[in-house]
Write a protein that binds this ligand. Structure first.
Ligand code: AMP
Ligand code: MG
Length: 189
């Protein structure tokens, strides 16, 4: 049986960077993980339907549509065998409030062994967002970002209650990417 690890964190915390470096370092030790981006699976369907042009438009779609896209992404990902990392969000900030990234029907499809929360100081995240021109990040202040990170922890706890998975917090601090990667490697080996 492969290991299923869900990796979450607010936009701009550096999830994808941590994941990519971890996967390549583990491959050098012959530990193989497939990296699946949940948002990309949703985007493939949404762009195929012609309803969005960029991945950052999806969180503005109506709630029912986002749920439908979540479901199709989960069903697709559930078919994957072996060790899998799923790059996604504990909660998605939508105009209508926080949307669970893994509502019960998604969670039951995926049944992760571990949910990882990648976190760091809110100041650092705000600086990283300002430096990233490739994405349309929502304008968000310090307090809102604190709330989002807090909310993600609360959601992760509920995911643990529903599945029996463990929850691991990994700090991706400025200039300490290697430390985050080491911690992630430890739980993936
Ligand atoms: P990302 O590239 O990880 O920031 O994801 C891009 C977009 O995909 C997010 O802004 C969300 O709209 C969507 N997305 C990713 N994961 C989920 C999820 N588990 N549930 C709902 N939407 C998601
Ligand atoms: Mg990412």
């Amino acid at each position: 049986m492969g290991k299923k690890v869900v990796i979450t964190g607010v936009p701009g915390v550096g999830k994808t960077t941590v994941i990519n470096q971890t996967i390549s370092e583990l491959a050098a030790e012959a530990v193989e993980y497939q990296n699946i981006n949940f948002g990309s699976c949703m985007f493939d369907v949404a762009s195929g339907q012609g309803i969005v042009e960029s991945r950052d438009e999806m969180r503005k779609l109506e709630q029912a549509k986002q749920r439908e896209l979540q479901r199709s992404a989960a069903q697709f990902i559930a078919k994957t065998e072996g060790n899998v990392i799923i790059d996604t969000h504990c909660t998605v900030k939508t105009p209508g409030g926080y949307l669970a990234g893994l509502p019960e029907w998604v969670l039951k499809e995926l049944m992760p062994d571990i949910v990882v929360l990648v976190e760091t100081d809110e100041d650092q995240i705000l600086m990283r967002r300002m430096g990233d021109e490739s994405r349309v990040r929502d304008a968000e202040g310090y307090r809102a970002l604190c709330e989002h990170q807090e909310f993600n922890r609360a959601m992760a706890a509920s995911y643990a209650m529903l599945t029996g998975c463990t929850v691991k917090v990994i700090i991706n601090a400025d200039d300490l990417l290697d430390r985050a990667v080491e911690e992630l490697k430890d739980i993936l080996r």
